[in-house]
Design a binder for this molecule. Structure first.
Ligand SMILES: O=C(O)CCC(=O)C(=O)O
Length: 389
């Protein structure tokens, strides 16, 4: 579906098939969480051509056929990629028919795309989301010497800024906010006079986003029809977490896109991210094209990490992604990276191994050792090199 053109409206953008106006796939109790399935378009040539023909064409009826023509061309070439957007609500009861249906869709999305978009206002209220992203602005506005006080010996924890490789990106990693008083410790270092509101919002958002990760992992167990005892496996795979607060600065030259974050796959189990409405996250499609995600307002993106890929015997896809910045607004991202404790051994359930179609792809491995291997080597194919059979 494509938004209808208004008569006499000369703006080509009105016609662009970038967002499909159908409702978000819903799960649970019939509660309404409407959004749109996001249509991702990455055929820049087709887009340019489309803009051109519409600009020069004042007749709405012809514009309509032009639009049809371009959509057909893009569909034939399979140039439109649909990343599904699901809606979870409170009534999504485990074991219900709705739950089973949603579990299947979640599993399929994680297999095909390695990511999906998620609306879950009933579980994580919109206000909370907005509040944290707003408060992050004050955090990054603190003096550099204060921000540098957040240090950690662990990779991806502590403060990182002014990295010449990714100069637009500044970030804080805070470990295990859900378990300990680390939100309080972090807040006290940043605001010695205290900032209870920031601390509480960071803690609550981290806990809720980690709960969502667990829900999704349970759906994956269901989606593969695995016995219930595997729930404890996935619970262990999210028993630790890293909450990451990121700011991407505006590129100095306004002309081009600049790299905000280098392409990578996540080395944890599952990632849930939200952002302040400034887009920039791109995922690499299976056919090797970068596609721009349009994360809906108050929505989240869920990304499969290497641990889940290994555990699922390579059936789930740990999608490569990056951030590209353009435009005049800063991007703020908040992410919760669910991961196992370092001592956990990741082992493929024997039900997911099948000699002909799905032979064993990864040997059992210790998560801490894998992480160490990656940090030492920074190999793009670290999982395969470390644990591939
Ligand atoms: O900022 C984003 O949207 C992506 C963040 C990300 O991929 C990461 O921190 O690993």
């Amino acid at each position: 579906m494509v938004e209808e053109a208004k008569d006499g409206d000369s703006e080509a953008e009105e016609l662009l098939p970038v967002r499909d106006g159908v409702s978000c796939e819903e799960g649970g109790g019939g509660a309404l969480i409407h959004s749109s399935i996001i249509t991702l378009m990455h055929n820049k040539d087709a887009l340019t051509h489309f803009r051109k023909i519409n600009k020069n064409n004042p007749h709405p009826e012809n514009r309509e056929s032009n639009r049809q023509e371009i959509i057909e061309r893009m569909e034939i070439k399979n140039e439109i990629t649909m990343i599904p957007c699901f809606g979870f609500c409170k009534g999504l009861e485990e074991g219900s028919e709705e739950w089973k249906k949603m579990s299947k869709k979640v599993r399929e999305a994680c297999e095909s795309h390695g990511c999906f978009l998620l609306m879950c206002d009933e579980i994580i209220p919109k206000g909370l989301n907005e509040e944290l992203l707003k408060q992050m602005e004050a955090l990054f506005d603190l003096p550099e010497e204060t921000k540098k006080k957040h240090i950690s010996p662990k990779a991806y924890s502590g403060y990182n800024g002014k990295d010449p490789v990714i100069p637009l990106c500044e970030s804080f990693g805070v470990d295990d906010v859900h378990l300990s008083d680390s939100a309080q410790t972090f807040t006290n270092v940043m605001w010695p006079q205290g900032n209870p509101s920031f601390c509480e919002t960071l803690r609550t958002m981290s806990i809720k986003m980690l709960d969502i990760s667990f829900l999704i992992m349970k759906m994956i167990v269901e989606g593969y029809g695995l016995p219930q005892h595997y729930i404890s496996d996935v619970e262990n795979m999210k028993s630790s977490c890293n909450s990451r607060l990121i700011k991407y600065h505006v590129p100095e030259s306004n002309n081009d896109c600049e790299t905000g974050l280098l392409s990578h796959s996540d080395k944890n189990t599952l990632t849930v991210l939200c952002q302040n409405g400034v887009q920039g996250l791109q995922v690499l499609s299976r056919d090797g094209k970068w596609i721009e995600l349009e994360i809906p307002q108050h929505g989240f993106v869920v990304i499969v990490g290497d641990v889940l890929k290994a555990w699922s015997n390579g059936r789930l896809h740990a999608v490569t992604h990056r951030v590209m910045m353009s435009g005049e607004k800063e991007r703020y991202t908040f992410g919760v990276f669910a991961k196992p404790k370092e001592e956990m051994v990741i082992e493929v359930p024997h039900e997911l191994v099948e000699d002909k179609v799905h032979p064993l792809r990864y040997r059992p491995f210790n998560y801490g050792e894998f992480l160490h291997y990656f940090v030492q080597t920074l190999k793009e194919n670290a999982l395969q090199a470390f644990a591939g059979v």
